[in-house]
Design a protein around this ligand. Structure first.
Ligand code: FAD
Length: 469
């Protein structure tokens, strides 16, 4: 039987409208978010139910057609697009957008994989609850994609990443069986934790079709502050003081270097510098209160006054309205776009223990400046989680030719990450972008165990082949 037979059988499963084969319509499924690379698909198939996903996976097995699960296609490591061979099917989950259950008393929501993150956040909010996963891509990324990449974002410090927010999964396995694992249990010690195999697997082991997620009481108020600090070491001291003083009310702790802030002010002229004087680093803090706005603001003020009295801060500002809070957040959220507007750069999404961040930055900055004089380091990120976006822009007026230095620059940065017992991918995953790089940094035992799991669950290597491993 031929590819045409395969596609006709897919059409019988989903209806002809949901098997996309014309070149123009396929482009959106073949290109990644930043439009840096493009693959080639045999077709994009858009099933509308778990049963349809299972039937398509079984057809892929029967015809030995590789399959690339795709959600919002906002992933940053090229995991959601096919390779160039043109023989893979993109399996889009975007039609599966039903919220199946909201169990207020159990504080859980069960959502299909194609639900947008923002949709789930809104459904929780409408019920007076909070689903705390929060990413800048939340209007486009999906629950299936969030779980498959174990997404992080800005509230990990308080609530954990996507893995920690998931209680149960429904999965179509690589051979087309449906695993009904949608339990809303906070305790279940009954053998191997299968759900945690599929979470973070980037679609290489099976297709997530639905998930039961944890909800939390919605805080009554939140408060945001920006503090200016002289060094990453001062930022670390502030982090520890904030944890001790604020306890679980502390929800965000973001580090911003002055170079990042200057980039944002240059490319977003409507934004103002929040302080009279510049400082080498800034920290954006957010807290949530279950009491009141006054309570939230009082807690933050108390912390910042104490730290100021001990000369730990250069300056600080507390947002007095949600609009001001948004303005402070936009200084953080616009860094990536400002950096892109400045020119191409070499990106790293790294994690080290939070306690090692000052030493990591000091040593790595020095190494890079020694080997690549004039390079500009764009250092910012979720310091509370030990996660930095540590990107390198070209020296002024050298342009894209600097990108040729990617390999030696990666070596310096990732060797440093290794030295501090860190991770070369904190929240974006491996995809194809980091799959070779990870072979340098994971032990043979880890790689062999991962390969053993892959071969056991997907013996014909049809689930998102070429990604992760
Ligand atoms: C502006 C912007 C900001 C971002 N900020 C953050 C951030 O703060 N933190 C962070 O962690 N990430 C961030 N990301 C990256 C990205 O948004 C996340 O990785 C997100 O979780 C991907 O979801 P998606 O639905 O777009 O998945 P996709 O990009 O479609 O897929 C990602 C991977 O998951 C697999 N996959 C998708 N759906 C399924 C499924 N149902 N079953 C099995 N496998 C599946 C794909 O094959 C692919 O390997 C950001 C991206 C952008 C563009």
């Amino acid at each position: 039987m031929s590819k045409t037979d395969f596609l006709n059988l897919c059409r019988q499963v989903t209806g002809a409208d949901h098997v996309v084969t014309d070149a123009d319509s396929l482009q959106a499924y073949e290109s990644e978010w930043r439009q840096r690379i493009k693959g080639k698909a045999l077709a994009a198939v858009r099933p509308g139910s778990t049963e349809e996903v299972a039937q398509i996976v079984r057809l892929c097995q029967q015809f030995r057609v590789p399959l690339v699960p795709q959600g919002g296609n906002t992933g940053l490591v090229y995991g959601s697009i096919p390779d160039h061979q043109g023989n893979a099917v993109v399996l889009s989950l975007k039609r599966m957008q039903t919220i199946r259950e909201l169990d207020i008393d159990n504080e859980t929501i069960t959502a299909e994989a194609g639900c947008l993150l923002a949709q789930v956040q809104q459904a929780a909010a409408d019920a007076g609850k909070l689903y705390p996963l929060s990413l800048a891509s939340e209007g486009s990324c999906t629950i299936g994609g969030n779980l498959s990449t174990n997404a992080g974002g800005t509230a990990v410090l308080r609530y954990g990443n996507a893995r920690e927010l998931c209680l149960g999964l429904e999965v179509v396995t690589a051979n087309g069986d449906i695993w009904h694992g949608l339990k809303g249990l906070r305790k279940d010690n009954t053998g191997y934790d299968l759900k945690n195999l599929y979470i973070g697997a980037e679609g290489t082991l099976g297709v997530i079709t639905a998930a039961t997620l944890k909800l939390f009481p919605a805080p009554r108020a939140s408060c945001t502050a920006l503090a200016a600090v002289a060094t990453p070491d001062a930022a670390l001291r502030l982090l520890n003081a904030a944890k001790n003083h604020l306890g679980p009310t502390l929800t965000g702790f973001e580090l911003i270097s002055d170079f990042c802030l200057q980039l944002v002010l240059r490319h977003f002229p409507e934004l103002r510098h929040p302080f009279q004087q510049t400082s080498p680093y800034y920290v954006l803090l957010e807290i949530a209160s279950h009491e009141s706005q006054e309570h939230a603001a009082g807690l933050l003020l108390d912390l910042l006054e104490k730290e100021s009295a001990q000369n730990q801060l250069q300056d600080a500002v507390i947002a007095e309205s949600s609009r001001q809070a948004q303005t402070l957040w936009s200084l953080r959220e616009n860094i990536s776009m400002a950096q892109a507007a400045e020119g191409k750069n070499i990106k790293h999404d790294i994690a080290v223990p939070a306690s090692s961040i000052p030493a990591f930055i000091a040593e790595t900055d020095a190494l890079l400046h020694r080997h690549f004089p004039g390079c500009r380091i764009v250092c910012f990120g979720h310091m509370g989680d030990g996660n930095l976006h540590y990107n390198i822009s070209a020296p002024k007026h050298t342009g894209d030719i600097f990108l040729k230095q990617q390999e030696p620059i990666n070596r310096i940065v990732h060797d440093q990450v290794q030295r501090f017992n860190g991770s070369i991918s904190a929240e974006h995953g491996l995809g194809t972008l980091k799959k070779e790089e990870i072979r340098r940094y994971k032990s043979t035992i880890e790689l062999n165990l991962m390969q053993t799991i892959k071969t056991a669950l997907d013996p014909h290597n049809l689930m998102n082949p070429g990604k992760v491993l």
